[in-house]
Design a protein around this ligand. Structure first.
Ligand code: ADP
Length: 621
């Protein structure tokens, strides 16, 4: 028997792991199974490529067994195995120099440990979170001697000769208090399914099956040893697209998402070159129930070389694509990537960028069938609009994908279709925002556009208020809100300008009456049937937006409206001739208040408004 000391960094690493990772202690099984899978991969490679190994039998399998009474758990494989030298090198030192540096840096600063520990490989040593003694019996493929490596994970390890029938490695954990929960068939099965289901080699669980036969005094308890394969042993997404039927894809989707409906469509990519990865994304046929909750469940799982890493990482997709379900499997990431590393990792960032582009191009393709796209848009149109302000890089693509209601067409229209309908020298896309489609369609703000036969988009979705003003442009066309004061400027004719001149004295008188209720009073060129309307100043948030922010409990800066009056309306014409006095004042207030009402805004004092109106009716009767 030979005794060995752990390399200093190993002792430090062991200490770090035990004290920082215990809340994720179940990953020890993932690490051991991954090591076995690697050992099988290595042997497979050699038997395929090296003549010296041509004779070695390759019967790949991983076996897990446990002994409840003795609190022992064994993970065994038929992989490459280790000789004495390998054992000293691999299970006594840290080979990776990056890891070594990291450990040196970390030790001594206990506070930072738990955040940073995940950034380097923990691997084999993680089993000391759940065991106070570990024994490794191993025989290297092509060699005759087997060895037993054993250690309590404190200062060093022993190596002695041992017996093993075949090449491969068996690791036995003598479980501690933290580990006893893992001598359970269900526990092991769950962890393997969660992390290692798609490892490409079969994993067998051995267990005792106890049943009673016969009745009464004849009853006998029979105990049988059984084994069961507990992983799927194939990475569905790694299979070639041509081997898979639509049905295969649908079934895998249901497995993955626990959705019982078929997906709407999917996209499967095997990328090779500077980066090797596979992605398989699904669009559900219905929006997930938690789509609009801050604590939504992310739909994309991350795998590294077919080993499950996480399904709880919102960063894998931009928020606006949170309804996408699927898998990213990278060949270029380390197995032990922590959340912190994931968020800054360049490999992952690149995969993400490519994936988003790919997904959006699938949407673009899908949009060619307007009937199908309508269904898609009903479910996911809103998150796509969020993308307009979240994803600047893909804004042009997203602008082609969003749809709006309009004064000119039934249903929804794209911006491209709006642009194709523009007439003459129109180079602005007009839109009106508000809560209620019906009242928006009747808004006095639209009168002039109707008269001039100019199309206006009806934006009645709450999110439009936030998103669309940030867009500004579609191709070379400016987007302008007709709720704002400057939208009608470019429609002004010479006649309008003359009428404006004429109205100046009346405007001054109105301003005196309204005082600081308004920001300004102007002659309008956008009205035809209504005497007045209110608009927001170019740089102010619209009133609907202000009301929305208030409803959301945010104290928004409330800006004052601009009152526009219609020079061609008979009420305004009559007001020009009126003397100052109560009747004039009431008329001014009523012209202002009705404009507020039409826009769906609250009056400061509804009772006063009603009283004024009744006075005027009384006079007229
Ligand atoms: P990593 O797997 O990140 O290299 P580990 O600490 O998990 O780090 O393992 C260290 C080394 O021990 C491995 O690289 C491998 O060479 C060897 N090893 C671990 N488990 C096995 C096994 N089941 N069969 C053969 N070699 C193994």
């Amino acid at each position: 028997m030979s005794q060995h000391q752990f390399q200093t960094e190993v002792s430090q690493l062991l200490h770090l792991i035990i004290h920082s990772l215990y809340s994720h202690k179940e990953i020890f099984l993932r690490e051991l199974v991954s090591n076995s899978s690697d050992a099988l991969d290595k042997l497979k490679h050699l038997t395929l490529t090296d003549d010296a190994y041509k004779q070695v039998e390759f019967d790949p399998r991983i076996d897990i067994s446990f002994d409840e009474k003795a609190k022992k758990l064994t993970i065994s494989d038929t992989g490459i195995g280790m000789n004495e030298n390998d054992l000293v090198e691999n299970l006594g030192t840290i080979a990776n120099s990056g890891t070594k540096k990291f450990v040196e840096q970390l030790t001594g600063d206990a506070k930072r440990d738990s955040n940073l520990i995940g950034q380097f490989g923990v691997g084999f040593y993680s089993c000391y979170m759940v065991a106070d003694k570990v024994e490794v019996v191993t025989r290297k493929a092509g060699e005759n001697d087997a060895y037993l490596w054993s250690s309590d994970g404190k200062t060093g390890f022993d190596i002695e000769k041992a017996e093993r029938d075949t090449h491969g490695t068996s690791i036995t954990l003598h479980l501690n208090e933290e580990g006893v929960e893992y001598v359970s068939r269900w526990e092991i099965q769950n962890i393997v399914k969660k992390y290692s289901n798609h490892i490409p080699f079969p994993i067998f669980l051995h267990y005792e099956d106890t049943r009673t036969e016969g009745e009464g005094d004849d009853a006998k308890t029979i105990t049988e040893q059984k084994e069961e394969q507990i992983n799927a042993a194939s990475a569905f997404w790694k299979r070639s697209k041509s081997d898979l039927t639509d049905n295969d894809y649908k079934e895998f989707y249901k497995d993955l998402s626990h959705d019982y409906e078929d997906p709407m469509f999917w996209s499967h990519v095997h990328a090779e070159g500077t980066l090797d990865y596979t992605t398989l994304f699904y669009i559900p046929s219905k929006a997930p129930f938690d789509l609009y909750r801050a604590d939504y469940t992310p739909g994309v799982k991350l795998y590294v070389k077919r080993v499950f890493i996480t399904d709880d990482e919102k960063e894998l997709m931009p928020t606006y694509l949170r309804f996408v379900k699927g898998i990213i499997d990278s060949e270029d990431l380390p197995l032990n990537v922590s959340r912190e590393i994931l968020q800054q990792n360049r490999v992952l960032a690149k995969i993400k960028t490519n994936s988003v582009k790919k997904i959006l191009s699938e949407f673009t393709q899908y949009a060619k069938d307007s009937e199908k796209y309508e269904h898609f848009y009903k479910e996911f149109g809103r998150p796509l609009k969020e993308g307009l302000y979240q994803d600047y890089e893909n804004r042009d693509t997203l602008l082609e994908l969003v749809r709006f209601k309009s004064t000119k067409v039934e249903g929804l229209t794209s911006l491209a279709d709006y642009a194709s309908r523009m007439q003459g020298d129109q180079n602005t896309i007009y839109y009106i925002t508000g809560e209620n489609e019906a009242s928006l369609r009747l808004s006095p703000l639209l009168e002039m556009y109707k008269k001039k036969d100019i199309e206006v988009l009806i934006l009645d979705d709450e999110i439009d208020e936030i998103v669309i003003p940030s867009v500004n442009k579609y191709k070379d066309f400016e987007l302008k809100s007709v709720n704002r004061s400057d939208a009608a400027d470019e429609l002004k004719t010479d006649d309008d300008k003359k009428a404006e001149e004429n109205l100046k004295p009346l405007i001054e008188r109105i301003k005196k009456v309204l005082g600081d209720k308004v920001k300004d009073v102007k002659a309008s060129s956008r009205l035809s049937d209504s005497p007045s309307c209110i608009v927001a100043d170019t740089s102010d948030p619209t009133f609907q937006m202000q009301a929305m922010l208030k409803a959301m409990g945010q104290d928004a800066p409330s800006s004052k409206p601009i009152l526009e009056i219609n020079p061609g309306h008979s009420i305004i014409e009559k007001m020009q001739k009126m003397e100052d006095g109560d009747l004039f004042n009431d008329s001014v207030l009523l012209v202002f208040e009705q404009a507020l009402v039409v826009e769906g805004l609250k009056l400061e004092n509804p009772a006063d408004f009603v009283k004024r109106m009744n006075d005027v009716i009384n006079r007229a009767l």
